[in-house]
Design a binder for this molecule. Structure first.
Ligand SMILES: [Zn+2]
Length: 260
């Protein structure tokens, strides 16, 4: 992809001025934590994509709880934490630029008017403003962390989807490199009573492993995507508890991989 330097820039979050932030960049705990859906920030220039406050604050725009879980986990694991600072409705950083779902025109519950008829110039503008810096930042952090650092991405999902309650509480997702997911699934009963399932409520067939493939599988580093049902991370206390549990689970799995 070629950068278009003539395209107007997109105003980005005022607290960071960036589409991506890094915390604990010197962490040497053997993992990199990524939260690509942790913000529901939408730039003023896109006029809220034609959405009301109900949609803009809902899971449609972000993964509630995922950022706070990631922050605690970053501290507990002493791991760098890369956070996307822009709503996935502007650009879903877990999708490649040629995917329709990178700038979705429809979510589970809402049509997204501001995404309905976007032309290639607007797609390029958002790609350059959000996806490129996110991807370049994560590449640098992974390189600095070294070949032994695992990639751990943190998400949350809704308890009821298209009217159906979901029984899964904790999803351990992977693409073709199953090492870390296998070790975590084997260790899970020692750490949690949550209903923990492989490649649920999504899997590679849903296109959700883009970040894992790009920054984990292609580098040969162990990688996993963790999906927590968002009713279980609905308060700061719950986020901290889930992060503590995940810390124990990930640490045991990483130790298992290192001794193998
Ligand atoms: Zn997500």
């Amino acid at each position: 992809m070629v950068r278009d330097d003539n395209s107007p820039s997109m105003e980005l979050p005022s607290d960071s001025g960036s589409a991506v932030t890094i915390r604990n960049s010197d962490g040497m705990g053997g993992a990199v934590i990524v939260c690509g859906h942790g913000s529901h920030f939408i730039p003023v220039s896109v006029e809220n994509l034609g959405l009301g406050d109900d949609a803009l604050s809902s899971h449609v725009a972000w993964d509630p709880g995922a950022s706070l879980v990631s922050e605690h986990l970053s501290t507990l694991l002493d791991a760098p934490f890369v956070r996307g600072e822009v709503s996935r409705l502007i650009y879903d950083c877990n999708r490649p630029p040629d995917a329709d779902s990178a700038m979705p025109a429809r979510s589970e519950l809402f049509d997204i008017p501001g995404n309905a008829n976007i032309d290639q110039a607007e797609r390029d503008r958002r790609t350059n403003a959000v996806y490129v810096p996110f991807t370049e930042c994560l590449q640098k952090v992974m390189a600095a962390a070294g070949p032994d650092a695992a990639l751990v991405t943190i998400h949350s999902f809704v308890p009821v989807y298209h009217g159906k309650p979901r029984a899964v509480e904790l999803g351990i997702l992977h693409d073709t490199d199953t090492r870390l997911a296998d070790a975590m699934l084997a260790a899970a009963p020692r750490h949690t009573t949550m209903n923990t399932l492989r490649n649920e409520p999504y899997g590679p067939e849903d296109g959700v492993t883009h970040t894992l493939k790009l920054h984990g599988v292609s580098n040969g580093v162990p990688n996993v995507m963790i999906e927590t049902r968002n009713d279980l991370v609905a308060t700061p206390e719950a986020c901290e508890q889930v992060a503590k549990m995940l810390h124990g689970l990930i640490a045991e799995a990483l130790a298992e991989l290192q001794s193998a």
